[in-house]
Design a protein around this ligand. Sequence first.
Ligand code: C2G
Length: 443
Amino acid sequence: MIKVITYGTFDLFHEGHYRLLQRAKELGDYLIVGVTTEEYDQARGKLNVVDSLMTRIENVRKSGFADEIIIEESPGQKFRDIKKYNIDVFTVGSDWIGQFDYLNDYCKVVYLERTKNISSTMLRTQNKHIHRIGIIGTGRISERFIPEVKLVSGINAQGIYNPNTESAIRFAEKWQINYYTKLEDFFDAVDSVYIASPHETHYDYIKMALEHGKHVLCEKPMVLEKAQAEELFSYAEEHNLILFEGIKTAYCPGFNKLLGIACSGMIGSIRNVEACFTKLESPSSRELTNLKYGGSFTELGSYVMLPIFKIFGTEPEDVRFDLIKAENGLDIFTKAHFKYPNGLGTASCGLGVKSEGQLIISGTQGYIIVEAPWWKTTYFEVRHENPKEVEKYSERFLGDGLRYEISDFLSMINGNRKSDFKLTRKDSIAMAEVMESFLEQRK
Ligand code: C2G
């Protein structure tokens, strides 16, 4: 008897799950299905799971393919189960390709092609729609987006669009999703769009997506002119569409814990915020050769402005820039100085100069130091005059951290506005205004 095992969350049971179980069963005579517990999903950073464990087990049972159902509750369990149940074949969808090759030492590992088009759940009770998000752009950040979106339940990466068809096909092959050569077909197939194309193309893609009735999650910097930001947010609002700027720091748990503590009065009134983020790029990189929109501040400015705007607000009295330029006129290191009635902010960033990526929030009774990489906030200390008086805080930052913005984006689309304080339209419009004045000055 050939024994097969597979594992999954099976949340909002849909045709992708059904087809996986159907083909898993065909691989042998006896199929064991491991359903993840809430704790295990929490631990591995799977967000937005809607159905309870019992519901998910019941839905797997109702599919009729499982001869036995167990629960998956800890990492390393797969290996133990293979021994315990004397398994011949381990299988999982091809979105996991390569991740379980290590099990080849103990049993046959089979990756079954993932189902590319899933749109609705198969549950009569819940006619919940599996949200389909399309991706524009095949660069590094899109490569990071796919594994992250897989760990947010209720949303499926529907496909990729890139004006360069070869890039789209290559990306689609690698990530087992559809590709589209025409924007019209792309928009028809999705409910929302993630835009990760070069900065200067964002405005047009956002506008087109909104006009096609799609919600939009756009990489930072969303746009580089205040008027464009105002126009796009107004359009989205009028058409009841969600428009999000994707600054992952704004949505991650650690940064939000940090803001809560900073503004709790523990360090008194905040008077100074200094954020620094540098990342050495090669002089031939896109960021350091695009003479119009390249440079350090357009690339990293959104991050280093974020804590200043979240703490002091989006109406500084004065903003000025000091920059170090390369031969080609692009800034390799920039300091943006923000002046508020009761506060000062310094946002430093560089692609051609390396410095300590720290965030320091200074108050009248103490200060907070967030060590690098503070933009993926995992650890910070609250310090006082007495060096012995230190409070330490830590928080997990899972994977590439895009799952947090994706999860908040999806829950906003599904109607609960609990997270729209994390990055507001005012924040994004103010950032676009600063970008615009920076580019004005750099000319
Ligand atoms: N699946 C699929 N097609 C989809 C979505 C999912 O074939 N469009 C497959 C997945 O590859 C997986 C199974 O259906 O094999 C269950 O998917 P999920 O419930 O999303 O579970 P997952 O998070 O992929 O966890 O330890 C758990 C395993 O790692 C799988």
